[in-house]
Design a protein around this ligand. Structure first.
Ligand SMILES: [Ca+2]
Ligand SMILES: [Ca+2]
Length: 187
């Protein structure tokens, strides 16, 4: 009985996404609030689809030149963000910002590093070999809006996926289920 319950629990965790976390940017409204962009529709940034590793920076991505462009995602709710995953051009550094709910100012959530300087197309951060690996922020932040900008690089920037995570509701339900199983066993 104990073994069966444990197996069910593990299955539920795997099915709920990246190690028990939910991407709250998925399907949310995306807009460019400053500057311009070209290429794919903005909805492709929150569709849970990554381009194949090394895809050309302008192939079905959102791309732009210069540091003026600001992409904004309305999370349609207030969440405590634990971590993120992004896929963007390899040879540039980017930044995700969050709206400070007290001041309204946008502050740094994650400085997304330059992957390399030699031009190998789209690369997922933090782990180019695993689109499911979450980067956990140093300090989780409570917010309802995030922004994405380029910080430095070769002046040609692109992005194909932006994800931010909270613990999956399934995990909370799972804990309750586990408690229920324990309760029944004691009878
Ligand atoms: Ca995408
Ligand atoms: Ca670039």
């Amino acid at each position: 009985m104990r073994v069966i319950a444990f197996s069910l629990a593990m299955g539920a965790i795997c099915a709920s996404g990246s190690a028990g976390y939910s991407n709250v940017a998925y399907g949310r409204p995306v807009s460019v609030v400053q500057g311009s962009f070209a290429g794919a529709g903005l909805d492709t940034l929150v569709d849970d689809v990554f381009r194949p590793r090394g895809t050309s920076w302008t192939s079905d991505t959102v791309y732009w030149n210069g540091l003026n462009t600001v992409i904004e995602i309305n999370l349609l709710g207030t969440y405590r963000l634990m971590g993120g995953i992004v896929q963007c051009d390899d040879n540039d550094a980017f930044r995700i910002l969050y709206r400070n709910m007290d001041t309204g100012a946008f502050e740094t959530l994650w400085d997304v590093p330059n992957y390399d300087g030699y031009g190998n197309g789209m690369q997922t951060r933090p782990n180019p070999t695993n689109d499911d690996e979450i980067y956990f922020f140093g300090v989780p932040r409570v917010t309802d809006t995030i922004r994405f900008v380029a910080v430095s690089g070769d002046n040609s920037y692109s992005v194909s996926e932006i994800q931010v995570y909270i613990p999956a509701p399934a995990t909370a339900g799972l804990l309750a289920l586990g408690g229920l199983v324990s309760l029944r066993r004691r009878r």
